[in-house]
Design a protein around this ligand. Structure first.
Ligand code: GLN
Length: 486
């Protein structure tokens, strides 16, 4: 039986749209119906943007009839709800932004609208993208479509679950320490964090500005490359954005990997790693090797410090970024106060959830006079050493390969009471953000019906080789074609 249309890739749907076998309007209605139905079970979407979607689909159909379509014209997409969409509520998963409708579009949204992609909804996330399970959302937890008693990962859990369940064809997420890759691994889809700076952060609600990066969640490696081609640009509104070094991220997708040098950093096979993850990883290495790659184990001893460095730098930046939520400019404002200071206290006290408050406290402490040198400044120094350690490795290797996460998706409620346990879930993804590198997670196995992810890491600006190796692996397996039963 042919796969349902909402489980197809951009490339497959492109053909159907261009051959007029289906219109974007029909496709969009089918996908929206699917999404409304599924959402009752998994709560992956905070807001469906049906009116905008139908209008965009009609514009897409017109464009297709005129013959000047782009690869993404008419394709249903969803957007993590920390990316600003003009006139559409953008909550960042927080009560404090309830009702906030940005007066402008993020640059990535403008780029999608330019090609008449069809925005169908805003996806659920951990509040301000702080979390690894999408349980820290003020709009209720998202569930994993492969097993609704499990988490989808986080913080882009809504985007990953939405793609996995066929609520959209691709989604955008954001990744500060693993938030695209870890949920992609948990939900059996492909998710990429590009090199820091390749995609404008303008309009992304800031968490840790030196770590945050927007990226795609998709059903294939090629779809990831198509999204990158569409949204990446130098943007004068984001001083850290840069001109992309290649026109087509997917240029090498069909190429072999003979002689490609792959490093296997042994520190990523952490103590306590789930045995099935280790087995799937070893199988993946065999596939890459039989496809002609040169594999060698290496050591990156500073990996052990990554989590500590991240949990100083990310909360420090967050404590500063979140200072703007004072009840004056955005979202909720508690008014029954005696003066403005009390109003700020009440608004922040009631508006922020527990994990966000924990991060603000951690960050404020690390930045405070007397502790700054001992914590923040030291973490920055170790960050430089971690970057150097990666740079040295990339003098020898083209890419590094690791598991994406040490476990498959865990049960809802099982880690939420223990922040440290939750933080450990990102142990394989956090070092990559610290060094600003590109990395993708692709489906690489199933354990007891739950997906397993493989992470491929490249040097700065090495996004093309990451995609090349990932697509070579994808073509040798069929893991990316598996879909949940939901
Ligand atoms: N789970 C990590 C955190 O809570 C990473 C989150 C992210 O990448 N946005 O900080």
């Amino acid at each position: 039986m042919a796969k349902e249309i909402y489980y197809k890739t951009i490339r497959q749907i492109r053909k159907l749209l261009d051959d007029r076998e289906i219109s974007s309007t029909e496709l969009t209605k089918t996908v929206l119906n699917r999404s409304y139905r599924i959402n009752k079970d998994i709560n992956s979407v905070i807001t469906h943007t049906e009116d905008l979607a139908i209008k965009s689909a009609e514009a897409a159909d017109k464009r297709i009839s005129e013959g000047n379509q782009h690869l993404m014209t008419g394709i249903p997409v969803m957007i993590k709800d920390n990316i600003s969409t003009q006139g559409i509520e953008t909550t960042a998963g927080s009560k404090i932004l309830a009702g906030y409708k940005p007066p402008f579009d993020a640059t990535v949204i403008k780029r999608l609208k330019n090609v008449d992609a069809v925005i169908c909804g805003k996806t659920n996330l951990d509040e301000f993208a702080m979390g690894s399970s999408t349980e820290n959302s003020a709009y209720g937890a998202t569930r994993n479509p492969w097993d609704i008693d499990k988490v989808p990962g986080g913080s882009s859990g809504g985007s990953a679950a939405g793609v996995a369940a066929g609520q959209c064809i691709i989604a955008l997420g954001s990744d500060t320490g693993g938030s695209i890759r870890q949920p992609s691994a948990f939900c059996g889809v492909s998710g990429m964090k590009p090199t820091y700076g390749l995609i404008s952060r303008y309009g992304l609600i800031a968490f840790g500005s030196s770590l945050d990066q927007i990226g795609p969640v998709a059903r294939s490696v090629e779809d990831c490359s198509i999204v990158l081609n569409t949204i990446s640009s130098k943007d004068t509104n984001d001083a850290t954005s840069m001109k992309r070094p290649f026109e087509n991220f997917g240029e090498n997708l069909g190429e072999h990997i003979k002689g490609v040098k792959i490093g296997i950093p042994k520190e990523y096979l952490v103590d306590g790693i789930q045995p099935s993850i280790k087995q799937a990883f070893e199988k993946s290495l065999q596939i890459l090797e039989s496809n002609g790659a040169d594999l060698k184990e290496i050591s990156l001893p500073l990996t052990d410090h990554s989590l500590s460095v991240y949990y100083i730098i990310a909360p420090s930046e967050a404590s500063s970024n979140l200072a703007r939520y004072d009840g004056v400019k955005y979202g909720i404002s508690i008014q029954n106060a005696r003066n403005s200071v009390e109003s700020t206290f009440l608004t922040r006290g009631q508006g922020f959830g527990q994990e966000v408050k924990r991060r603000i406290l951690l960050g404020t402490y690390a930045l405070s006079a007397g502790y700054y040198d001992a914590y923040y400044s030291k973490a920055q120094k170790v960050r430089t050493l971690i970057r150097q350690e990666f740079s040295a490795a990339f003098e020898t290797f083209d890419v590094l390969v690791t598991p994406t996460a040490p476990t498959t998706a865990f049960g809802l409620g099982t880690k939420i009471g223990d922040p440290y346990e939750m933080y450990l879930s990102d142990i394989c993804t956090i070092p990559i953000n610290i060094a600003g590198l590109p990395a993708i997670s692709i489906p690489a196995g199933l354990d007891n019906k739950m997906p397993i992810g493989l992470q491929i890491i490249g040097p700065q600006m090495g996004d093309q080789i990451v995609l090349q190796v990932a697509s070579n692996y994808e073509k040798s397996t069929n893991w990316n074609q598996k879909t949940p039963l939901i």
